[in-house]
Design a protein around this ligand. Structure first.
Ligand SMILES: NC(=O)c1ccc[n+]([C@@H]2O[C@H](COP(=O)([O-])OP(=O)(O)OC[C@H]3O[C@@H](n4cnc5c(N)ncnc54)[C@H](OP(=O)(O)O)[C@@H]3O)[C@@H](O)[C@H]2O)c1
Length: 276
C-alpha cells in the first residue's frame, strides 16, 4: 500500500530537510505545507496555523504527518484541532529536549500531551538546540558573533547541539516505518555536549582569529521581545537540561550525527561574514 506523509513547516529548516530525504521515496509520497500562499510550488500546499478552514484539504489523503509545532502561544489548542482531523494518521511531533520532564502546564508539555491523548499513533522527537541556529539570524536576533565575541544566552552549560539534517534523517526513517516507533519518544542530539567556550575555540581555529565567549548582557536579553520570551528556555539551558547526549541519530538515522567542528567547517563563510 502506498503511504503519504504531510510535512508541516515544509519551508522550515527541519521540514525542508525531511521533504528532501523523502523525495522520490518508493513507498512514501511526501508533500509539505506552507503559510505563504504566494509560493505554492514544489508540491507545497497552503497550510496556515491561523486559518483552520484550509487544514482539511491540506491533510486530505495523508496517513502520516510530520508535525512541527508552531511557536505560537495557542499551539496546544491548534495542535489539538489538527489532531482531531487526522485521528488515524501516525503523527511525528517535533518537540524539544527535556519536554517530557516539564511541569504539565508548560507550553511544550501541553503540546506533547495533546498528541498522546488525541493521536492513535504517534512518535515524539525531542531535539536539542539546532546547530543551524548558530548561522540563522532569525533564531538569535541580537547577533551571536560580534567583534570576535560569541554571545550565546546559555551560560557556561554544555548543549548537545544537533544538525537539523540529522533530526530530519530520524524523522524520515520513522515516517517510512512508523509501526516500530509507535508511542515512543526519542531525544535527538549531536555527538557531544559543548560549552559556549568550546564553540568559541572551534570558531577561533576555523576563522583564524580570536573568538571568545561572553554571555549577552541583561540589556540585550531584556531589550528584544523574542529573547525576552525565551528567558525560560535560557534558564533551562543554564541548568544543564540540554546537555544529555543520545545515540538516536546513529540508531535511527543510520549514521553518526554531524559534529560541531564539521558544521563549523561547512559554514565557515557564514561565520566569517557575521556582523562586525
Ligand atoms: N531552533 C532550535 O534550536 C530548536 C530546538 C528544539 C526545538 N525547536 C522547535 O523546532 C520548531 C522549528 O523548526 P524549524 O527550525 O525547522 O522551523 P523554522 O526554520 O523556524 O521554520 C518555521 C516554519 O514554520 C512555518 N510557519 C510559520 N508561521 C506559520 C503559520 N502561521 N502557519 C503555518 N506555518 C507557519 C514557516 O512556514 P512558511 O515559511 O511557509 O511561513 C516555516 O516553515 C519549533 O517548534 C521550535 O520550537 C527549535
Amino acid at each position: 500500500m502506498q503511504h503519504t506523509a504531510f510535512v508541516t513547516g515544509g519551508r522550515g529548516k527541519t521540514g525542508r530537510s525531511v521533504l528532501e530525504l523523502l523525495s522520490g521515496d518508493p513507498v512514501l509520497a511526501a508533500y509539505g505545507g506552507t503559510s505563504r500562499r504566494a509560493v505554492q510550488r514544489d508540491g507545497l500546499v497552503a497550510f496556515d496555523w491561523h486559518d483552520p478552514s484550509g487544514w482539511r484539504s491540506a491533510v486530505a489523503g495523508a496517513d502520516r504527518i510530520f508535525l512541527m509545532r508552531p511557536d505560537l502561544d495557542d499551539a496546544p489548542d491548534l495542535v489539538r484541532q489538527l489532531l482531531d482531523m487526522v485521528a488515524d494518521a501516525h503523527v511525528v511531533l517535533l518537540s524539544e529536549q527535556g519536554a517530557g520532564a516539564l511541569a504539565s502546564g508548560d507550553w511544550a508539555r501541553r503540546v506533547e500531551e495533546e498528541l498522546v491523548t488525541r493521536a492513535r499513533h504517534w512518535t515524539i522527537l525531542r531535539p536539542s538546540w539546532f546547530l543551524q541556529s548558530l548561522v540563522e539570524p532569525r533564531d538569535f536576533p541580537h547577533g551571536i558573533l560580534v567583534d570576535g565575541v560569541l554571545r550565546l544566552p546559555a551560560g557556561a552549560a554544555p548543549i548537545a547541539w544537533v544538525d537539523v539534517r540529522d533530526i530530519a534523517a530520524v524523522a524520515a526513517e520513522i515516517l517510512r516505518d512508523p509501526e516500530m516507533h509507535d508511542r515512543a519518544a526519542y531525544t535527538v542530539t549531536g555527538p557531544d555536549a559543548v560549552t559556549d567556550a568550546q564553540i568559541a575555540a572551534e570558531l577561533s581555529a576555523a576563522l583564524g582569529t580570536p573568538v571568545h565567549a561572553q554571555e549577552p548582557s541583561a540589556a540585550i536579553l531584556e531589550g528584544d521581545e523574542m529573547l525576552r520570551s525565551m528567558s525560560d528556555l535560557f534558564a533551562r539551558a543554564r541548568s544543564g537540561v540540554f546537555a544529555e547526549v543520545t545515540d538516536t541519530v546513529e540508531q535511527l538515522g543510520g549514521r553518526p550525527p554531524i559534529s560541531l567542528d564539521a558544521f563549523v567547517a561547512e559554514h565557515r563563510d557564514s561565520f566569517a561574514t557575521s556582523p562586525a
